[in-house]
Design a protein around this ligand. Structure first.
Ligand SMILES: O=C(O)CCC(=O)C(=O)O
Ligand SMILES: [Fe+2]
Length: 304
């Protein structure tokens, strides 16, 4: 399978999209009450840069100990230049020329089939991947199911502490990322409606993430991915290029508003064979295309 990044403008993949609800201030006040101030502040690049400096100085002062790292599972990592990758993320919101070693991909895939999956549907369902088609789907079509405790999978634990990945993320954030959330999930090829997908929290609408004060994600396709199997779509450079109304309203935007505010040349679809990976500042607008032909397995490491 070819590995490519293509522009979405000449692809005819439309589905109905969300509205852009105004900011839910009650929700914000609730979050502020429980000390969740990052949910608001993390939207502003200025504050994120300030936080980076604060965090860098604090770590220096407190002599924060870095965790043990592991030899990289990224192909040809010694030929990749950390500084130029960081510059590309800063410029474009992403860098997508990462490839996982085949042995890592196969081993994560095997684990994703042998561990319990959890689907946050009504009711919550727990099952094995191979049982989905026969035992679950006839009764309940699912958009996604998460592999339980992904950091218990050895390759994922080592990837979370991958020397090369950490050096890029640390350089990008400007401080050592002490925290990382790992997620590994299947997105099922189903003919669910957009509304049903949203109800199951599938991010099929453009949105930006606010994961703490500052954050950087790295994601890997563990199955072959194209536009019919859940390709990730992002708006190039939108992490630093948002209009004021985008910062003060819901983090979600309908396709139409994205198309009116950004050039179609900046809409990037990431397709690739199993193993393809990408760094992303997910404060850019991004979404997942709903898979219609093949299931997608994605590993996502959220550093913050
Ligand atoms: O599934 C994807 O490609 C996007 C996931 C996403 O937007 C998120 O986890 O915030
Ligand atoms: Fe997201």
């Amino acid at each position: 399978m070819k590995t490519l990044t293509r522009n979405i403008s000449n692809l005819n993949i439309k589905h109905d999209t969300s509205d852009n609800p105004s900011f839910n201030y009650k929700n914000l006040l609730q979050r502020l009450k429980v000390g969740n101030i990052d949910y608001f502040i993390g939207r502003f690049l200025f504050f994120r840069r300030f936080y980076s400096l604060y965090k860098y100085l604090k770590q220096k002062l407190l002599k924060v100990k870095k965790e043990e790292t592991f030899i990289s599972q990224i192909c040809d990592h010694s030929k990749l230049d950390v500084n130029s990758i960081v510059s590309q993320i800063k410029q474009d919101s992403y860098y997508n020329q990462l490839y996982l070693q085949e042995s890592t991909v196969l081993s994560i895939l095997k684990s994703a089939k042998s561990r319990y999956l959890i689907a946050k549907s009504e009711p919550t369902l727990i099952f094995f991947y191979d049982d989905y088609a026969e035992k679950i789907k006839p009764f309940k079509k699912l958009a996604m199911a998460h592999v339980s405790q992904p950091l218990k999978i050895e390759e994922i634990y080592k990837l979370r502490h991958d020397k090369f990945i950490l050096s890029v993320v640390e350089k990008y954030l400007g401080y050592y990322p002490e925290k990382c959330t790992a997620k590994l999930w299947w997105s099922f090829a189903d003919n669910l409606s957009s509304q049903d997908r949203r109800k199951q929290f599938q991010t099929i609408d453009y949105h930006y993430d606010v994961h703490g004060f500052n954050f950087c994600y790295v994601s890997f396709y563990i199955t072959d991915v194209d536009i019919k199997s859940g390709a990730h779509v992002l708006v190039k450079s939108s992490h630093k290029n948002k209009k004021l109304f985008m910062l003060y309203r819901s983090a979600r935007l309908p396709d139409l508003i994205i198309e009116q505010n950004y050039s179609t040349d900046d809409i990037v679809v990431i397709e690739g064979a199993a193993g393809k990976g990408f760094f992303e500042d997910t404060s850019c607008y991004h979404k997942a295309l709903p898979p219609i032909e093949r299931d997608r397995l994605l590993l996502q490491l959220r550093y913050f």
